[in-house]
Design a protein around this ligand. Structure first.
Ligand code: NYM
Ligand code: MG
Length: 215
């Protein structure tokens, strides 16, 4: 790369079942990396504030219904709408941390809705690929014992069991890092932070190009 060129930022994704603790962990990581002087942009999917996100929010609250394939495309479109923003941030040297991404799309639409997995993957094919995915691994039974399972769509033990097994489709991918989500919050945060810093520095040092799903 040319002398003085800005090393690119990393794109880090958190995945896991509802109540796995991934939202807290992604916030913790964003705060820790900021403390260490990194430029960080925290995002989440679904992004409930945008125009598509409002439809998704109403869908999750069961205020409106869509056919299975339409709801899959809504979640996917929400990600497509954010691609320029993610790309611009990463190329300007900012580390992007996302709470959920296309892996949720595949795991929930195939696991919970019963849609064919390859069909689900197609909608997200070509999205910017993350450099690493932290899968906060908590069994459906453990998640179910935690407080705050809401009244939203998919927040049921038997559904989460199917989502959990769909997530396992990704478990052998090189970017997939399963983290034991049953440990205490601080140890998980410490483990994630060490691994994330390795990813941030190796991405910056190697000047690895931005790749796309599902390479
Ligand atoms: N969800 C999330 C999907 O079904 N497909 C997707 O593509 C994404 C990103 O939305 N139960 C589901 C998973 C969750 C719900 O996410 C909302 P959260 O992180 O609980 O707000
Ligand atoms: Mg949730």
């Amino acid at each position: 790369s040319c002398v003085g060129a800005m090393p690119r930022g990393a794109f880090i994704v958190f995945e896991g079942l509802d109540r796995s603790g991934k939202s807290s962990q992604s916030q913790r990581l964003a705060a820790s990396l900021k403390d260490k002087g990194h430029d960080v942009k925290a995002i989440r999917f679904p992004n409930r504030e945008g125009p598509l996100g409002q439809l998704i929010d109403a869908f999750l609250r069961k205020d409106i219904d869509f056919t299975k394939r339409t709801c899959h495309h809504l979640f996917s479109s929400d990600r497509w709408e954010k691609q320029c923003e993610i790309q611009a941030a990463v190329l300007s040297g900012t580390t992007v941390i996302s709470d959920r991404y296309a892996f949720s799309g595949v795991a929930y639409s195939s696991g919970a809705e019963g849609l064919p997995l390859e069909w689900c993957k197609n909608a997200d094919s070509g999205l910017i690929a993350p450099d690493t995915v932290f899968y906060i691994d908590v069994s459906p039974e453990e998640a179910n014992r935690r407080k705050g399972y809401g009244a939203e769509r998919y927040e049921k033990l038997e559904i989460q069991r199917r989502v959990y097994s769909s997530y396992m489709h990704f478990s052998t991918q090189p970017y997939w890092h399963a983290i034991d989500g049953t440990k205490d919050i601080d140890s998980i945060a410490a483990e994630v932070c060490v691994k994330a810093e390795q990813v941030v520095s190796s991405v910056a040092a190697s000047d690895a190009p931005v790749t796309t799903l599902w390479d």
